[in-house]
Design a protein around this ligand. Structure first.
Ligand code: NAG
Ligand code: NAG
Ligand code: NAG
Ligand code: NAG
Ligand code: NAG
Ligand code: NAG
Ligand code: NAG
Ligand code: NAG
Ligand code: NAG
Length: 809
């Protein structure tokens, strides 16, 4: 254009030679030819299409990833319909995109720059700087997020510039125009993060409480991700990052599913794996239970009024329309009032709050402050880290409270004097119970460790013991009276007996309230009963999911050890699928629903619950069905828990059932989440075929189900194995996908098998799947058969010996 800039251009070319292709210098212009610049890291900036090849966008995307790779779009909403657009960094430091001489998009930089450069940084941030050495940015793409939050990006506010950085979902998968679904930090007195559908609040993450967001208990310190929430006069933002920079992950706002999934790139699978998502369940939907109500996903129905409150319109409330919420039983009058503490909550919407972050303020002072103000409804600490500090007070109704059994917070709610008396009595009773239970618990623990040490002579102590200690306090299980249970089960009468579980008989009971329960009476002779009992009670008390059987309470009295579960009216899955008549009740859609439910329950055990739990005895008789045929996994009495990274273990006692056991578990006692995956694979095949996977270890035998399915699969006739009862209702693509997934699960080597998270992804999508390798157990049998008769006898009897000595059942 004129003389000086072109000299500068040449100069800056020389200067930027070393950083080569990540830099755009002034007056350089680029026309559509795909890549403009490429960072040293994972990203590139250029002209790309998203789905429709006739719509060109200037984007930042992942270099090496071919799906869902676009992380930022410049001209969103203004696609260019040919290849003739030009991008240029003009002399005043603006990137300008022109098409047919019309400016389509440009960056605003307020400062006049001398030798501006634009650079794509390694973390995917496109920045414009005054010159190539400057450390400050005149403009940066991270200030204008699209639908994706990358590591190091800030979601929140630059208060000095009055600039809010929000995620905005794309209108649709092929149209990056910002839709009306957004995720923003909101500057309430106590900042919060809302997901908005248009003008309506859709989900609220809860404020940062010093450790995590109040509504996201799973966000705890871990060696992989680190999370940060910064709150000062200049900035308020959330950001996350990786410890290991070779990992790739994105947080994406999605208007199709109205969710905010986090994906992690799997290099092995070359695909995105779903890592977590928000909202996670119904209770995450904003204010589902109305004002002064709270939501608990393990309750049925899920909404309840807070203690001291009653439904505003009882009829509507009882018909499950909770929108009108709850009102106080007794009005407040500001005389002799006090507070009740309600633990395990996501704290309410912070719009009408007043906050003091002063670290010297403790709970007592906060309480005193709140008590003095008649309209103060509730209070708690703003920072629950350490002893707790800071003070937040609520005014007006309490909205959007979720019950979070693990990792929730305490909220102190104002109550009139009349309610407090009741509360006081209740507390007293609770305290007595706690004392009694603590004494019993100590006794049990002593016995438990006694047995444990006797049993575990070789195996070193695992991390899980530490976990038991720490989670001790989490146990909040109702203790039921033995006499109550005796009445409920008609003194364990034979006619009430509904099954014989792993460690004893199961009885149907009916409590005074009419609630039906299943009582598991642990057999007194069982040597390992006590340890297992404690194990099970603690695990199950802490682990709740809609596809897991819920533990209602327990009873340890006289010589009885009893576990009380919710009753599943339809019994277990084997009762249906292995019976030719009853299996007609389960058409393909129901079976598919059951398969997916079991997968979700198992994934929860493996990775989403706070403890990592390996079931170790997954089988059809351990899958119970509720009255609408929803599957729930039962009997995790034999599961072991692992803290942190320990995902494999070695055991000297093998539990489990032949036919479902993975080879490495049955033979070497090696168990891991992958041995559960094996059992799950067998389960899928059984559900599809309506046949049991019988495994006999004698050489002469008919093929077992896994081998049978494998043989048909190899000959591309997999669909011939399905139960004749589902032939009419089956959807071919779904059935064959399930068989394919099942065969991936039963592969011989654990490392080849997918994780349950992969399985769920596979079942729920159309993605292409790997070819399964040969299943476990087949090779061994063939090699046995191949041997000469004399040595065969040897091997097979040895083999049998191993198996029997492993048996404990
Ligand atoms: C991108 O892929 C190529 C070949 O597939 C590989 O050589 C290169 O290392 C990859 N780059 C990154 C940053 O992963
Ligand atoms: C650079 O582009 C911006 C945005 O289009 C414009 O406001 C500015 O005047 C341009 N500067 C020059 C020197 O052309
Ligand atoms: C540039 O600034 C104007 C006015 O301040 C604003 O309307 C426009 O959205 C800004 N454009 C970009 C790309 O930031
Ligand atoms: C920030 O911007 C909004 C509009 O975008 C305006 O309503 C508000 O007054 C501004 N705040 C300050 C402190 O400038
Ligand atoms: C949104 O989610 C749907 C299905 O859950 C998926 O197919 C789609 O690719 C996602 N869109 C984006 C932009 O991530
Ligand atoms: C959001 O946008 C979608 C599609 O663009 C539309 O169907 C929906 O009604 C909008 N919702 C609101 C609350 O504006
Ligand atoms: C990051 O990882 C390294 C080793 O991988 C570890 O030593 C360090 O403690 C980790 N840092 C955090 C903050 O987790
Ligand atoms: C805040 O208070 C106002 C007035 O009392 C009320 O209308 C509004 O619903 C409250 N909002 C929240 C989120 O508590
Ligand atoms: C919360 O409290 C802990 C311990 O007292 C302190 O280290 C931390 O800085 C506090 N966090 C905030 C955000 O104030």
């Amino acid at each position: 254009m004129n003389f000086i800039p072109s000299i500068l251009f040449i100069l800056s070319l020389i200067v930027s030679n070393s950083i080569a292709s990540s830099i755009i210098t002034q007056s350089q212009s680029f026309s559509d030819g795909e890549i403009i610049v490429s960072s040293k890291g994972l990203f590139e900036f250029g002209f790309f299409s998203i789905k429709d090849p006739n719509k060109r966008y200037v984007c930042i995307r992942f270099k090496n990833i071919s799906t869902q790779n676009v992380v930022w779009v410049a001209n969103d909403g203004k696609p260019i319909n040919d290849y003739s657009a030009v991008l240029k960094l003009n002399s005043s430091g603006s990137l300008v995109l022109t098409h047919n001489n019309n400016v389509v998009w440009f960056t605003n930089s307020s400062t006049k720059a001398q030798k501006p450069v634009a650079q794509l940084l390694d973390n995917g941030n496109l920045v414009i700087k005054e010159d190539s050495v400057s450390k400050t940015y005149l403009w940066q793409s991270f200030d204008y997020p699209s639908n994706t939050l990358l590591a190091d990006m800030k979601l929140g506010w630059d208060l000095k510039r009055n600039l809010s950085k929000c995620l905005k979902a794309w209108k649709s998968d092929d149209d990056p125009t910002p839709g009306n679904f957004t995720w923003c930090v909101v500057l309430n007195p106590y900042p919060d993060i809302y997901m908005m559908k248009g003008e309506k609040k859709y989900h609220r993450l809860g404020p940062w409480n010093g450790l995590r967001f109040s509504g996201m208990p799973e966000m705890k310190p871990n060696p992989v991700f680190s999370y940060k929430f910064v709150y000062n006069k200049e900035e308020v933002y959330y950001s996350w990052s990786f410890n290991d920079s070779s990992l790739i992950s994105t947080v994406v706002l999605n208007q199709t599913s109205y969710q905010r999934p986090r994906y992690v790139w799997s290099k092995a699978e070359e695909s995105w794996m779903l890592y977590s998502r928000m909202p996670g369940d119904y209770c995450d939907l904003y204010s589902l239970c109305g004002v002064n109500g709270y939501c608990s996903s393990t309750n049925s129905p899920i909404c309840e009024c807070l203690n001291g409150f009653k439904p505003n319109f009882p009829e509507k409330w009882n018909s499950m329309d909770w929108s009108d919420g709850c009102v106080r039983n007794h009005q407040l009058n500001c005389i002799n009032e006090g507070f009740v503490s309600v633990p395990n909550l996501k704290i309410p919407d912070t719009k009408n709050t007043s906050v003091d972050h002063d670290e010297s303020i403790g709970l007592e002072q906060c309480r005193a402050k709140c008590l003095k103000i008649c309209s103060c409804m509730a209070y708690t600490n703003t920072n629950i880290s350490g002893a707790g500090s800071g003070c937040v007070m609520w005014f007006g109704d309490l909205i959007d409270i979720k019950f979070i059994p693990l990792g929730g917070q305490v909220l102190y709610i104002r109550m009139p004097a009349s309610e407090l008396d009741d509360e006081h009595r209740r507390n007293l009773r609770k305290k007595v119970l706690i004392v009694v239970f603590a004494a019993l618990g100590m006794l049990l623990l002593a016995i438990y460790f006694f047995y444990r040490f006797r049993r575990r002579s070789v195996v070193g102590t695992s991390k899980s013991e530490g976990d038991y200690e720490r989670h001790e306090n989490d146990m909040d299980l109702p203790l039921l009276n033995l006499s109550t249970i005796i009445i409920a089960t008609d003194n364990f009468s034979e006619k009430n007996k509904i099954g014989e579980g792993g460690f004893g008989a199961v009885y149907l009971g009916k409590l005074g309230s009419g609630l039906e329960i299943a009582v598991k009476r642990l057999s007194q002779s069982s040597k390992q009963g006590m340890g297992e009992f404690i194990n099970e009670v603690k695990l199950i008390a802490n682990v709740q999911h809609r596809n897991l059987v819920k533990l209602i309470g327990c009873c340890i009295q006289r010589h009885e050890k009893l576990l009380v579960y919710e009753y599943m009216s339809n019994g277990s899955l084997d009762y249906f699928i292995f019976d030719h008549t009853r299996s007609q009740l389960l058409d393909w859609p129901k079976r598919f629903h059951i398969i997916c439910g079991i997968a979700r329950g198992l994934m929860y055990l493996h990775q989403d619950s706070r403890l990592r739990i390996i079931h170790r005895d997954l089988k059809t008789s351990n899958v119970l069905l509720d009255d609408t045929m929803n599957p729930k996994i039962s009997d995790f009495g034999m599961a072991r828990t692992f803290g942190g990274n320990q995902i494999e273990g070695n055991t000297n006692i093998i539990v489990g059932t032949y036919g479902y056991m993975a080879p490495e578990y049955a033979i070497d006692g090696q168990f891991s989440v992958k041995s559960d995956v094996f059992s799950f694979g067998v389960l899928i095949l059984e559900i599809i075929c309506g046949k049991k996977n019988r495994v006999r270890y004698r050489a002469k035998q008919t093929l077992n189900l896994v081998a049978y399915a494998w043989t048909f699969w190899k000959h591309e006739r997999a669909l011939q194995i399905i139960d004749s009862n589902i032939e009419d209702s089956s959807i071919v693509s779904e059935v064959s996908r399930c068989i394919h997934v099942a065969l991936l699960c039963v592969q011989q080597y654990p490392e080849d098998r997918p994780t349950m998270a992969d399985v769920i992804l596979m079942l729920g999508s159309e993605m292409s799947l790997d070819e399964p390798k040969e299943p476990g157990f087949i090779k061994r049998r063939e090699s046995i058969e191949a041997n000469s008769s004399s040595s065969r006898k040897d091997i097979s009897s040895n083999y049998e010996l191993t198996i029997t000595s492993l048996s404990v059942r």
